[in-house]
Design a binder for this molecule. Structure first.
Ligand SMILES: [Zn+2]
Length: 494
């Protein structure tokens, strides 16, 4: 009965929109017909309520709605479009939500408790990972550990892996496997506390983590000890790579050894001493985020029971901290490539979530015309063509300005004077100067490192139970949807 009602409502809706399309003067607008096609697709679409076999959580660190917009235009313009009309792969996912990112004690979050919320289902304390709400930063005696999604998946016979462009011990990947009162204990922790790299090896030994790919070789070897791609930093002198060699875990260190690794065996890849290169500066010997994502899916897919994979584009965040929009957007394009590659490799049993841990203080300025380079000057809207006029828009100081600026950071126009005060004015900018990949966009408040912001980020999802995302949600809800898609839906199906 319900089904019949639904079907007839659908038919009426389709007729109504077709009739409207024929009658209205705007019916021949390409914008209008494209929107009609999307509407018909949405009316016909059905929610996927299969139990999820696999979950892939894509996190572009620091890619809030603003940064995602910048990446969209950057990629579209690289492909010869004006840019605004372009869609990133996740822009086309049917389900999305706005995500509140605050931490228990922070309006503006950091990447540790935000990733922790996604992996445990509960908000956490600033600069800590996967501890309960009584945690005290930098005090490991306060550590009350939370249960992790990775451990639940592993207990259920599924494989778990992660890919990250910073160190594998950095905050976002660490939230997949570690608990710590200080996210900076990469390779060193006070007496009686566990550093993060050691916890990764513990979790590989326990069989929880099967694939770990990223940077951070220095976190795994003793101080001054030379290893592939770097020199150890561990003050305890431990060589964790020797421990890894004693486990059934392969160790790879460049694009070639990653490509040659046995997909049926666990693997750790440490491709740089600290963070991996920005995509703009990446040598061919270093695998890209896409290369790592493909390899991780190939490895994890050898488990018939399914897997959980977290992929972090961590250097989007680093480029934004540096006030450099170009590298942030180029790493964002690589993130989009990794999502496209994953979509081609998985089927309707895989829940794919794309989101960010937090946004930055990036802003987009002025009434710019279509196709203004998103890393260039804001160009005036043309009176007689779609594309901008080619003439920069001028501010009240008579000078042009860039599309992107930052609220604070290294590009501040306020310069420290001899008497210790800050003052300044904006220099004249040329298009050639501001489109250089090394250019730092103008900012207001002077800071050595540009900051995060507390504003909501977006989440996009496709696959089993993706329709549970919607409206404005707290970040920890991501865990609950992933858990229901895998375990709740499985119980219901039995
Ligand atoms: Zn950050």
């Amino acid at each position: 009965m319900f089904r019949r009602t639904f079907t007839s409502t659908l038919a009426v809706a389709l007729c109504a929109s077709t009739a409207m399309a024929q009658d209205l003067p705007q019916a021949n607008s390409e914008y209008f017909t494209a929107a009609q096609e999307l509407l018909a697709e949405r009316i016909a679409a059905e929610n996927n309520t299969r139990p999820a076999k696999n979950v892939i959580l894509f996190v572009a660190d620091g890619m809030g709605v603003g940064t995602n917009y910048g990446i969209r235009l950057f990629e579209g313009q690289q492909q010869g479009m004006l840019g605004e009309e372009h869609n990133l792969p996740h822009d086309l996912f049917r389900h999305s939500a706005l995500i509140k990112t605050y931490n228990i004690n922070a309006q503006t979050p950091d990447s540790a408790p935000t990733a922790g919320a996604m992996n445990t289902g509960a908000k956490q304390v600033f600069n800590t990972i996967n501890l309960d709400e009584t945690a005290v930063f930098d005090d490991c005696s306060s550590e009350q550990p939370l249960a992790l999604f990775s451990e639940m998946m592993s207990d259920a016979g599924r494989s778990v892996g992660f890919v990250a462009s910073p160190s594998v011990a950095h905050a976002t990947p660490a939230a997949v496997y570690a608990r710590t009162a200080n996210r900076n204990w990469f390779h060193d922790a006070p007496e009686g506390c566990r550093d993060i790299a050691t916890q990764l090896v513990d979790q590989m030994e326990a069989g929880v983590i099967d694939v770990a790919l990223g940077g951070g070789a220095r976190d795994f070897a003793g101080e001054g000890v030379a290893v592939e791609k770097g020199t150890g930093r561990r003050p305890d002198g431990q060589n964790l790579l020797e421990r890894i060699a004693g486990l059934d875990v392969q160790y790879v260190f460049d694009a070639e050894t990653l490509a040659a690794s046995d997909r049926s065996q666990p693997v750790i890849g440490l491709f740089a001493n600290a963070d991996m290169a920005y995509e703009h500066d990446r040598p061919d010997t270093e695998p890209s985020l896409t290369d790592m994502t493909i390899a991780a899916i190939e490895h994890l897919s050898t488990n018939e029971e399914g897997y959980y994979l977290m992929v972090e584009a961590g250097r989007v965040d680093h480029a934004l901290h540096g006030g450099n929009a170009y590298r942030a957007f180029e790493d964002g394009v690589q993130f989009a490539e990794a999502i496209r590659a994953a979509q081609e490799m998985v089927d309707e049993d895989t829940l794919i979530i794309v989101t960010a841990d937090h946004e930055h203080v990036i802003s987009f300025q002025g009434y710019c015309g279509r196709g203004s380079s998103v890393v260039g000057l804001c160009m005036d809207i043309s009176d007689d063509q779609i594309e901008h006029s080619g003439e920069p828009v001028l501010a009240a100081d008579g000078l042009p300005y860039t599309v992107v600026t930052f609220g604070n950071g290294a590009g501040s126009v306020l310069i420290e004077q001899e008497d210790g005060t800050y003052s300044g004015s904006r220099p004249e900018l040329t298009q050639e100067e501001v489109t250089d990949p090394d250019y730092l966009q103008q900012a207001l408040i002077p800071m050595t490192s540009e900051t995060h912001s507390g504003v909501d980020v977006a989440l996009w999802a496709t696959g089993p139970w993706a329709h549970l995302f919607g409206g404005t949600m707290d970040q920890e809800t991501i865990f609950h949807v992933m858990h229901h898609a895998v375990f709740g839906a499985q119980d219901a199906a039995q």
